[in-house]
Design a protein around this ligand. Structure first.
Ligand SMILES: Cc1ncc(COP(=O)(O)O)c(C=O)c1O
Length: 392
């Protein structure tokens, strides 16, 4: 076999993507509640301003720096300083995306077959990132009881002699749960005891639905435990096409120094972030504030619509959430999530994610994006509610 077993993926469309394709070809209207691309849902971008930032002559000479241009790292440091978090620019590493950041950290920490703990439910990219880096994933649980919580006992139970790190998603996709102070203390204790690193994905941290003092702020520079805090402008500034993410390395100074030295060589091997986006980053973060505000507004309005529809009389309910771009509906387990998703698409033209895409332990969950434009969202939610009520 010429190909690696690492890439022997199932490559056929699933039932839902086949149905979606058929629907699109037939010209039927689709109410898309899976949209996660902010550039395609009617958000108004100052396009000319954004594109002109990318044509700064400063970006023409090639000045490779494995950590990224200092001007870009200072802009990121300023982003943290505005939240009263001191991050030394020399502990920041630019990457082409958060996904690439994960990949770099997996390479930095894991030998073949060593493992990393990830939350369940969770978003599907981890499986691929783990496979391409020959890392084994072990899952710890998030539990829902009026709100989502990290099951710290399941973290402790899943640790093996090969475990290197715990991934935390803050706030989590798709549950929207932020890490709380008490959860963080427990997790730090576990990490110290077992000599594990933390990998904290904060791509949705600037999308809280409200304020709550029990929530942790960014983990960049919070503790002695070796921590890799990830973020990027794909969500922060609604600019996924710009391909820029970053890693902040923090923790006890000796281990942080060694991690940074090793990471520098890893990043130097690829030098994957283009110069125009690095030179433009200070402006893109600034311009992105208006984009972020629009996305936040959109999400708030769509959440109100959801709350108005999911009353006590309906047979589906909305799980409590704290932030991010997604919402989770609990639906009757009279059929599988996949059947609900197929029927809603077939009968009502509403496209959403079945819970199994996110590896929910049980059936009874549908995940929808809060990014769709308000009119589409309203029509889709009333259609799906009427359908579920009539068939449950
Ligand atoms: C939790 C989470 N982390 C990371 C990413 C990927 O971000 P990026 O576009 O920076 O690779 C996503 C994408 O949806 C995500 O949901």
């Amino acid at each position: 076999m010429i190909f690696s077993s690492r890439t022997s993926w199932h490559r056929h469309p699933n039932r839902l993507s086949e149905l979606l394709e058929r629907h699109r070809k037939s010209g039927a209207h689709i109410y898309d509640l899976t949209i996660s691309n902010p550039t395609e849902c009617g958000i108004v971008y100052p396009e000319k301003e954004i594109l002109s930032v990318l044509s700064d002559p400063e970006a023409f000479p090639y000045k490779p720096d494995p950590r990224g241009l200092i001007s870009a790292r200072e802009a990121i440091s300023l982003y943290y300083r505005k939240q009263n978090i001191g991050v030394d620019p020399s502990n920041i590493f630019l990457t082409a995306s958060t996904s690439e950041a994960y990949s770099m950290i997996f390479k930095l920490l894991c030998n073949n077959g060593e493992d990393i703990l990830v939350p369940r439910p969770s978003y599907p990219l981890f499986d691929y990132l783990a496979q391409v880096n020959d890392v084994v994933l072990r899952q710890y649980n998030l539990e829902y009881d009026h709100e989502w919580q990290i099951d710290c006992t399941s973290i402790a139970n899943e640790i093996s002699s090969k475990t290197k790190a715990i991934v935390l998603v803050h706030p989590h996709n798709p549950t929207g749960a932020f890490i709380k102070h008490d959860e963080y203390s427990n997790i730090l204790e576990i990490a110290r005891t077992h000599h594990l690193a933390l990998i904290v994905d904060e791509v949705f941290i600037d999308y809280p639905f409200d304020n709550d003092h029990t929530r942790l702020s960014s983990t960049a520079c919070q503790s002695d435990v070796l921590t890799f805090t990830l973020n990027g402008i794909s969500k922060l500034a609604g600019l996924p096409q710009m391909k820029l993410g970053w890693i902040v390395v923090s923790g006890d100074s000796s281990v942080t120094r060694e991690a940074a030295e090793r990471l520098e060589i890893l990043c130097d091997t690829f030098l994957s972030v283009n110069s125009p986006v690095q030179v433009g980053l200070p402006h893109l973060i600034k311009i992105g504030e208006s984009v972020r505000r629009q996305i936040q507004e959109r999400i708030k309005k769509n959440l109100v619509t959801l709350h108005e529809h999911m009353t006590a009389k309906t047979s589906c309910s909305l799980l409590n959430s704290e932030g991010g771009w997604y919402a989770i509906l609990r639906v009757p387990q009279t059929k599988s999530d996949e059947e609900w998703a197929l029927e809603l698409l077939e009968k009502k033209g509403v496209s959403l994610y079945p819970g199994y895409f996110f590896d929910f332990v049980n059936d009874g969950h549908l995940v929808l994006s809060l990014l769709s434009d308000e009119r589409t969202f309203l029509s889709a939610v009333s259609k799906l509610k009427a359908y579920i009520d009539s068939t449950a």
